[in-house]
Design a protein around this ligand. Structure first.
Ligand SMILES: [Zn+2]
Length: 167
């Protein structure tokens, strides 16, 4: 089976689809499964090659992962401004406690956040990681979050651990 090029599919390649499996072919010919950070590092170093198997209904297709940059962005190994909506900078945020009734016994508090810096949140886990680093916020990444647009821009409704919230 001659592999197709994942790079040729560009951003449309289903890098993170649940059905996409990765195989790594090592220099000694050994084949392993999976796509962890170490596999990416080996592929970048050229000591192994990564392939993706995309199962189809009648036959599976094999792709050479020949755009490792795109692969790394899709897997969050490299920051991707386009996918996450978030710049790699210190965000300028404004927040207020949300108007919804708060449960005072919950360790989390609902807040409405506006990103004055102009970023958008497309990927909550990336935003959570950035805010942890920048302000020490512990943003809940499981459960619902939402956004609403108004005259002041887009406000995101998030839940943050009360004790970690700082101005
Ligand atoms: Zn920002």
């Amino acid at each position: 089976m001659e592999p197709s090029s994942a790079a040729a599919a560009g951003k449309d390649f289903p890098y993170t689809a649940r059905t996409t499996c990765y195989i790594e072919v090592h220099a000694d010919g050994a084949v392993t499964h999976g796509s962890d950070h170490a596999a990416y590092e080996r592929a970048v170093a050229g000591v192994s090659r990564l392939f993706a198997v995309w199962p189809g209904e009648w036959s599976s297709r094999l792709f050479a992962v020949d755009d490792l940059d795109e692969y790394a962005k899709a897997h969050g190994i490299k920051h991707d401004e386009e996918r996450t909506g978030l710049k790699e900078h210190v965000h300028e945020v404004r927040w207020v406690e949300s108007g919804h009734e708060q449960n005072p016994r919950s360790p989390y508090v609902g807040i409405d956040v506006t990103l004055v810096c102009g970023c958008a949140i497309h990927d909550l886990s990336t935003f959570a990681a950035q805010m942890k680093e920048q302000r020490g916020w512990v943003v809940a990444t499981s459960g619902g979050w939402g956004s609403s647009s108004g005259p002041g821009g887009t406000a995101y409704s998030l839940r943050v651990r009360r004790k970690s919230l700082t101005r």
